[in-house]
Design a binder for this molecule. Structure first.
Ligand SMILES: NC(=O)C1=CN([C@@H]2O[C@H](COP(=O)(O)OP(=O)(O)OC[C@H]3O[C@@H](n4cnc5c(N)ncnc54)[C@H](O)[C@@H]3O)[C@@H](O)[C@H]2O)C=CC1
Ligand SMILES: Cc1cc2nc3c(=O)[nH]c(=O)nc-3n(C[C@H](O)[C@H](O)[C@H](O)COP(=O)(O)O)c2cc1C
Length: 160
């Protein structure tokens, strides 16, 4: 199986765009992720796939707090800010955020945020799969979403 064929096929799947953040003994970091999925609701658990080659990897490897912030319509620039190359201080200076129970940054304008503890990690190929137990969540008053599909952003809003 050619890697390019796999990626072309994956580009046909729509996925929510998330900013995954952490804070703790190794410091603060955040990156853009579409590889996020619900695992079970008992206990409420998500998984996040993180490339071990990413600059943020050592920070996520050492901290056990993590927040999954799903972006909403109109937040394409936030995805770009956390999607690579930008220095970490600049990423967090570009968004309003606060800390909840775990200390991981919760983005004030996210569509929905899941504040989590990392409870298990598994290495698969180039990525680590982080299993994250949800401690608390926050949802924007108006449901809307940002979706990555066909290598482009798309906005979803509920009909009025
Ligand atoms: N799961 C991941 O690690 C993802 C990484 N990215 C990063 O953003 C860049 C641009 O992505 P696109 O514009 O979507 O074009 P692309 O052609 O590089 O990727 C198309 C699709 O393939 C999957 N994919 C890409 N790189 C992957 C990886 N290393 N491991 C597992 N799945 C991967 C994702 O579903 C992605 O949307 C990628 O080259 C990659 O560096 C993007 C999406 C997911
Ligand atoms: C739309 C989009 C989705 C991404 N999804 C993931 C993902 O699920 N997992 C991942 O490890 N990297 C993903 N990336 C890449 C990371 O955001 C990027 O590697 C990270 O910001 C670190 O970049 P840096 O090494 O330059 O700091 C994605 C990038 C974009 C633009």
């Amino acid at each position: 199986m050619d890697k390019t064929d796999f990626r072309d096929a994956m580009a046909r799947l729509g996925a929510a765009v998330n900013i995954v953040t952490t804070d703790g003994p190794a410091g603060r970091a955040g990156f853009t992720a579409t590889a996020v999925c619900s695992v079970t609701d008992d206990p409420p658990t998500l998984l996040v796939c993180l490339n071990r080659g990413a600059s943020v990897y050592p920070v996520f490897a050492a901290n056990d707090a993590l927040c999954v912030n799903a972006l909403g319509a109109g937040q394409q620039a936030v995805s770009g800010l956390f999607g690579g190359k930008t220095p970490m201080a600049e990423r967090f200076a570009g968004v309003a955020w606060h800390a909840e129970s775990t200390g991981a940054p919760v983005l004030d304008d996210a569509a929905v945020s899941f504040d989590c503890r990392v409870v298990r990690r598994t290495e698969v190929g180039t990525h680590d799969v982080l299993f994250c137990e949800v401690q608390s969540l926050a949802a924007h008053a108006e449901p809307h979403a940002l979706v990555y599909f066909g290598r482009a952003y798309h906005e979803l809003r509920l009909a009025p």
